[in-house]
Design a protein around this ligand. Structure first.
Ligand code: GCO
Ligand code: MG
Length: 413
């Protein structure tokens, strides 16, 4: 059989998503996620204007060959737009293959290596009391791991902190439309001060350990904001609080920066949500400069590429921590969960539940139970898009914020 139609769906059920639909000549439907936060239309165009026609008529079973055809065949390699487009095709083809086999995808990846996938949730608060409430809420839901982000005295809205106040745990959405909900014409701007952050955060972890004990796994995201020596200091300062990981402590494109952090601290390091190929990790993995691979399946060339990346990491004792924010669609999330369940070197999975509107339109078969997710046993990825419902919403541009230091200098967000 062959690929008959390739369609790109750009809609906004709860937030913007780019979804690829591939249908085979015998009517099997495969879904892929190509959502790239704030740059959605570039990927949609790449798929529609450059890839769709080259896929029609190809054998849908030749997943590796199609991957290589799209990657090597473009001549221009890598980059988030290209790799998100390839990822969507790859996911859709795996979805089709597993549906044809009548199996959940994880069975084709070697079967389950564990009963379910440990996830971490996002706890945040503008101050410590709000953060404490949020952590307690996650514990009630059975979470054994939480990422903690909190406001820094003297700074306003910053990355990772829900502005809606305590108790509201699932509503953090950094990509902003205009205040009245209309399309954003430009990103909002935030103000950042690394000195204030470095002196505030260790005390927060100390209080969390006092209030919640040593059992809870604590994660934290530095969101690319520290210099190598600042990150080294931070990683060392928080060592007594036993972090599960410190994520993105320095900007990811400078792989050598983590050598310095490693020389000073045993705090485990995670990086990679802005990476898009295994080459971004070459130094990090072979020199064992990280402990967790943070790529999203959606942004790193799909299931085919992620499986290879994670197998490569396994050789060096490095584990997975697949990116799972709300800007990855439920299809991308399902792809992550099948990999998580199947690979041996699983670490943890990020889980930011999608809002109700999103989940009405993307019908998922994954289940949450007391801090663990399971991808479900529906054939394929286990997610179907309700196209009619989806088309009732239209793309509304939204951008991630831009960050500036207190003197106005543009800084990493
Ligand atoms: C995370 C990430 C996200 C990103 C977002 C950008 O660790 O989940 O840092 O919150 O900021 O995916 O689009
Ligand atoms: Mg992150």
């Amino acid at each position: 059989m062959t690929i008959e139609t390739v369609t790109v769906n750009v809609t906004s059920p709860g937030r913007n998503f780019v979804t690829l639909k591939i249908v085979t000549s015998d009517g099997v439907v495969g879904w892929g996620d190509a959502t790239l936060n704030g740059r959605e239309l570039s990927v949609a165009s790449y798929l529609r204007d450059h890839l769709a026609s080259t896929l029609v008529g190809r054998d849908e079973d030749r997943i590796e060959d199609t991957w290589q055809y799209l990657y090597r065949g473009a001549y221009w390699r890598r980059g988030p737009v290209t790799m998100a487009a390839i990822a969507a095709v790859d996911m859709a083809l795996w979805d089709i293959k597993a549906k044809k086999a009548g199996m959940p995808l994880y069975q084709l990846l070697g079967g389950a290596s564990r009963d379910a996938v440990r996830v971490y949730g996002h706890a945040s608060g503008t101050d410590y009391e709000a953060l404490k409430d949020a952590i307690a809420g996650y514990r009630e839901l059975g979470f054994t791991a939480v990422r903690v982000q909190t406001g820094v005295p003297g700074l306003g809205q910053i990355y990772g902190v829900s502005a809606s106040g305590p108790g509201v745990r699932y509503d953090y959405e950094p990509a902003k439309r205009s205040a009245d909900g209309s399309p954003a014409v430009a990103p909002t701007e935030e103000v950042w001060d690394t000195r204030a952050y470095l002196s505030h955060m260790p005390g927060v972890f100390s209080r969390i350990r006092e209030d919640f004990g040593t059992g809870l796994r604590l994660l934290h995201d530095g969101h690319h904001r520290m210099t190598p020596i600042e990150a080294a200091r931070f990683a060392k300062d928080v060592e007594p609080y036993d972090l599960f990981w410190l994520e993105d402590c320095t900007p990811g494109e400078d792989q050598a920066a983590l050598r310095l952090v490693r020389q000073h601290s045993t705090t485990p390091l995670a990086i990679g949500e802005v990476f898009n190929t295994v080459y971004d990790y070459q130094t990090l993995i072979t020199e064992r400069l990280i402990d967790y691979v943070r790529s999203a399946v959606t942004h790193t060339g799909g299931i085919t590429a992620m499986k290879k990346l994670l197998d490569f990491a396994a050789v060096y004792g490095i584990r997975s921590g697949i990116h799972g924010p709300t800007d990855v669609s439920p299809i991308g999330m399902a792809a992550a969960l099948h990999l998580d369940l199947a690979i041996h070197n699983f670490g943890i999975q990020e889980y930011m539940p999608h809002n109700e509107r999103t989940l009405e339109v993307f019908q998922t078969s994954f289940t949450f139970n007391r801090g663990f997710l399971h991808p479900g046993d529906a054939p394929g990825l286990g997610v179907e898009l309700d196209e009619e419902e989806a088309s009732a919403t239209s793309f509304t541009s939204a951008y991630l914020p831009v960050n500036r230091l207190t003197d106005g200098t543009v800084h990493d967000w």
